[in-house]
Design a protein. Structure first.
Length: 184
């Protein structure tokens, strides 16, 4: 009989401790690095993404990057793409630099490995208030561009400028859409 009472007492105390720990866990704020809610601004519903611009003599990069950014927005965010003045926000971009550099050469000076680099300035603004929500620009001091992507390719083994371009634009599109997340 005494053992049954001890077992009952231990069970009740265990439940009380469990309940106390549960209440304590709910009452304390979340762990550092985590947030409650979505990763994107709830008041933004639509985004207008006009074709990116470029001053480079290499054409086609602006169209491919714009398309990649639009696909990333559709697949990763709750935002809907719209055209023109009916949008809540506008995401504009300007390709600052397109570079193709030789990394290694054969002994006959043929390029063996190359690197394609693409640098872009991006501005995301709220069209309702005029507020800039996020911006990545080339600083005037001549420091490095904040949004840049590289892709290395080797023509000798079947890589091409087209595959490198695809890799670079997808990498930049992911960076740009990640920039649209709400800051912690």
């Amino acid at each position: 009989m005494r053992n049954n009472r001890l077992m009952l007492f231990a069970t009740l105390c265990g439940r009380r401790w469990t309940l106390a720990l549960l209440l304590l866990a709910v009452a304390l704020p979340g762990c550092a690095g985590y947030m409650v809610g979505g990763a994107y601004a709830p008041d933004v519903r639509t985004v207008h993404v006009p074709t990116f611009t470029t001053d480079s003599y290499r054409r086609g990069f602006e169209l491919q990057l714009t398309e990649a950014v639009q696909k990333q927005i559709q697949s990763r965010t709750p935002y809907r793409l719209t055209k023109g003045p009916g949008a809540d926000t506008r995401l504009t971009g300007h390709i600052v630099e397109v570079r193709k550099d030789v990394l290694t050469e054969t002994r006959f000076d043929d390029p063996r490995e190359l690197q394609l680099s693409l640098a872009v300035e991006v501005r995301w603004e709220d069209l309702r208030s005029g507020q800039v929500l996020s911006s990545r620009q080339m600083p005037l001091s001549g420091d490095a561009v904040q949004l840049i992507a590289h892709s290395e390719f080797a023509p000798e083994v079947g890589h091409s400028l087209a595959t490198a371009t695809q890799d670079v634009t997808e990498s930049l599109a992911r960076q740009i859409v990640s920039m649209m997340e709400t800051p912690w």
